[in-house]
Design a protein around this ligand. Sequence first.
Ligand code: SAH
Length: 388
Amino acid sequence: MAEIILKRGEENDVFAGHLWIYDNEIDRVEGDFEPGGIVDIKSSKGAFLGRGYINPLSKIRVRIITREHEEIDRAFLERRIDDAVALRRRLGLENSYRVIFGEADMLPALIVDKFSDCLVIQTLALGIDRMKSDIVDILRDRFDPRCIYERNDVPLREKEGLKQQTGALYGISPGTVEINEHGIRILVDIENGQKTGYFLDQRENRAAIEPFVRDARVLDCFSHTGGFALHAAKYGAKSVEAVDISEQALKIAAENAVLNGFSTIETKQANVFDLLNDYVRAGNMFDTIILDPPAFCKTKSALSGAYRGYKEINLRAMKLVNPGGFLITCSCSHFMTPELFLKMINEAAVDVRRRVRIIEIRYQAKDHPVAVNADESLYLKCVMLQVL
Ligand code: SAH
């Protein structure tokens, strides 16, 4: 097996728990390797640091998959997948959940979501992509699913020299799957929906809106297929307006509303930035507003623009909340750290001259665990505010 010897000092991050070795951290490579194959990582002094898969095309040259001297074979993958599943079972998850969350489950660049009896898989690095057929086999054995569908239509794969591709790896895709979240029936388009079809990371936060929506006039911004809107309706909102820019997402949101007999939900296709402005001008007020935008910044350099974007929508939303009402505001960009996010909320509140208090600070659902030393893996913030 080839050995990757790090430059002096570069082992510190690996000792601290980081799983990625960048190209510029490597002093030399000893021995031959295949792209995507397994290599050993050693410190400049020759200490064994771990084992991972290498991709000479990627800036993230090696992703560490173990810190032990163990064979990376099918039995290894079985142990990793079984550990991941055991956690989710312990959490009491059954119908729909994230089965594998990459680095946090020590399977870098692998995502597996379970939507009822279908699994959706993403392999976002060459090394894990090469293990796909073993992984599919193990998942078949453990879950006996109707179908395992590949959603590798992710541009990030091109940085790994991988093609974007989608399709059933096992079974026949039903196209759309019905899941059950807190007793609500939700349709998930596993073939064409955004990401893997549905945002499971907000599951617990959706349930947590219950105290803030009863008898309320609710505005769900960036509603996608209606996750928050459906929960608001279930928890007794007087009316719910679900806003998204995607017609496809809203079509499913409307179907979901009908499926559950929620006549209080209305969908509206709009750009949230513009719509909030229009509502401010028109004085169209709400009791509770939910903001769950897509990641505004995907790179660190985009952060300052993104910060302004977050502040802009939060500021507008604060203006639209009736005194004593609530703003449930989220960010799924890991560059927007919890500290920065709270700073932004504070600045927005000062600018609109409203007294705002934090009722609760929440993060991603427990089936998206956070690897404590990977900055990227704590990414979702959800803050429940009261606007006085
Ligand atoms: N709240 C959703 C997830 C939101 S994902 C849930 O609980 O499932 C972000 C959504 O924002 C996507 O559906 C995307 O179509 C939408 N979106 C992105 N930019 C937008 C914009 N400027 N205005 C309105 N919607 C937008």
